[in-house]
Design a protein around this ligand. Structure first.
Ligand SMILES: Nc1nc2c(c(=O)[nH]1)N[C@H]1C(S)=C(S)[C@@H](COP(=O)(O)OP(=O)(O)OC[C@H]3O[C@@H](n4cnc5c(N)ncnc54)[C@H](O)[C@@H]3O)O[C@H]1N2
Ligand code: MOO
Length: 418
């Protein structure tokens, strides 16, 4: 099991660019999860840890794509209808029957093996029947309505790649090549805490100055949607000893520890100190908004991530940094989420040299295209902005001004959550 090396997150004091941070994560983190063999049907969302090679062609044999009549194309009259005797019947799953002779048709059904000889299938709705014969109209193309062996997958080709997260269609593909079991990563075990004296559990009354803990619920959902096994370890009060002992204990049986809050420069921000006491901490100051402070470190060999407390910063830093980190730790490929160029429907000023994400939703332009409408309020504490938006617009470092009509990169939440 590969582990973190010392100083793996260390960097200079300046603000670090997103690309640099992601590169460093890729370089320094390795897979820490072992593999297990699971029934294919239980592998949804897991990271595949083997290449899946097709042992045979799919489909395994030439077959009919429709219910109809298998015929020899060369038997057809070039102009006008052709009458053919129906010589036999071939259903899906049946062993091949005697092929029809030239001048004959074979009644055939979708998925049934094509007989030797006939090259074309006529759909039954286009045919007429008369005294046990079939009347084929003119106009069909040679080879119509037949599916060739291997047209979906060729024997020996790689249908699934080690490192990919298994979606429903991937499970179908594994089953299609005959795999009843797959080698996948065990779930990453993540310990999750919130920190802050102001935090109360939902359901508890709020005294003045208190708020309900929302970050743990957001993070729990984000982590679970990526297939992590989450230990929700509650709220840590702003007390150095409490935090030290809780973090220490959490490393005993987890692959990663995540907290939110307490990573800034305030006197009550004890998380950094706790990690420094137990291991190594490298507070990263990233050239991003929201989510400038993010703490990465290690407690023993277990990676630690301290996310900023502001609820929007939590989600953005999770999507941009933590998600690729988790994928790496569970042996997955880190692929950039797919964003889409759309026209901005807003003006926005930003600082140069920093990457920003604004909350946005797609609205129809009326001509079939879409535009990105920005959520009107920008605060990193406005959690409702995430609820009411469908995604994020990513604004690169060198951009300083967005104007309506400008092309921007829109990242739907559906690309990265789940
Ligand atoms: N002097 C400075 N102050 C701040 C800076 C800075 O650079 N210098 N950075 C600001 C930025 S940016 C952020 S982000 C925050 C991050 O600070 P912390 O990680 O220490 O977060 P807290 O202070 O604990 O909390 C910030 C904010 O979020 C609320 N919060 C915290 N946890 C939760 C939770 N589980 N559920 C809901 N809301 C939560 C908390 O009450 C605060 O309002 O620091 C800025 N300050
Ligand atoms: O990193 Mo803070 O984003 O502005 O909430």
């Amino acid at each position: 099991m590969a582990q973190l090396t010392d100083d793996c997150f260390a960097h200079g004091g300046r603000l670090m660019r997103t690309d640099e941070a992601l590169e460093l994560l890729k370089e320094k983190l390795e897979c820490v999860t072992s593999t297990e063999t699971l029934a294919t049907g239980n592998c949804l969302g897991r990271v595949l840890r083997e290449d899946i090679i097709a042992p045979g062609n799919i489909p395994p044999h030439d077959n009919s794509a429709v219910d109809g009549y298998a015929i020899y194309f060369d038997d057809l009259e070039p102009e006008g209808p052709t009458r053919l005797r129906i010589a036999g019947r071939q259903a899906a799953g049946q062993t091949p029957v005697e092929p029809p002779l030239r001048g004959e048709a074979l009644r055939i059904f979708t998925g049934a093996v094509m007989p030797e000889g006939p090259d074309t299938v006529m759909m039954q709705e286009d045919c007429a029947l008369e005294d046990g014969d079939v009347i084929i109209p003119a106009g069909i193309k040679r080879g119509a309505n037949r599916r060739d062996a291997g047209e979906d997958v060729r024997a020996g080709s790689r249908v699934l790649h080690s490192g990919q997260r298994l979606r429903a269609q991937d499970l179908g593909q594994a089953a299609a090549v005959g795999r009843s079991e797959l080698q996948v990563s065990r779930p990453l075990r993540v310990a999750l805490f919130s920190t802050g004296d102001e935090l109360r559990e939902p359901g508890q009354d709020l005294v003045t100055g208190a708020i309900h803990d929302s970050n743990r619920y957001t993070l729990n959902g984000l982590l679970k949607s990526l297939g992590c096994e989450v230990s929700d370890l509650g709220i840590l009060r702003d007390n150095a000893e409490t935090i030290i002992s809780a973090l220490d204990k959490a490393t005993e049986d987890h692959d990663l520890v995540i907290t939110s809050g307490g990573v800034s420069v305030g006197e009550e921000d004890h998380v950094k100190h706790a990690v420094e006491t137990l291991g190594k901490m490298h507070a990263w100051r990233l050239a991003i908004k929201p989510g400038r402070p993010i703490a990465l470190g290690q407690i023993g060999a277990i990676p630690f991530v301290g996310l900023p407390g502001n609820p929007v910063a939590v989600v953005v830093t999770y999507l941009v940094f933590v998600r690729p980190m988790l994928l790496r730790l569970m042996g997955g490929n880190i692929t950039s989420p797919q964003s889409f160029p759309v026209r901005a429907d807003f003006s926005y000023r930003k600082k140069k040299e920093r990457r920003e994400w604004v909350r946005a939703s797609l609205r129809p332009n009326g001509d079939g295209s879409w535009k990105a409408e920005k959520f009107p309020r920008d605060g990193a504490g406005i959690l409702s902005s995430l609820v009411e938006s469908q995604g994020l617009v990513e604004l690169p470092e060198d951009l300083t001004q967005v104007e309506p009509g400008m092309l921007v990169d829109y990242l739907p939440f559906s690309e990265v959550i789940g």
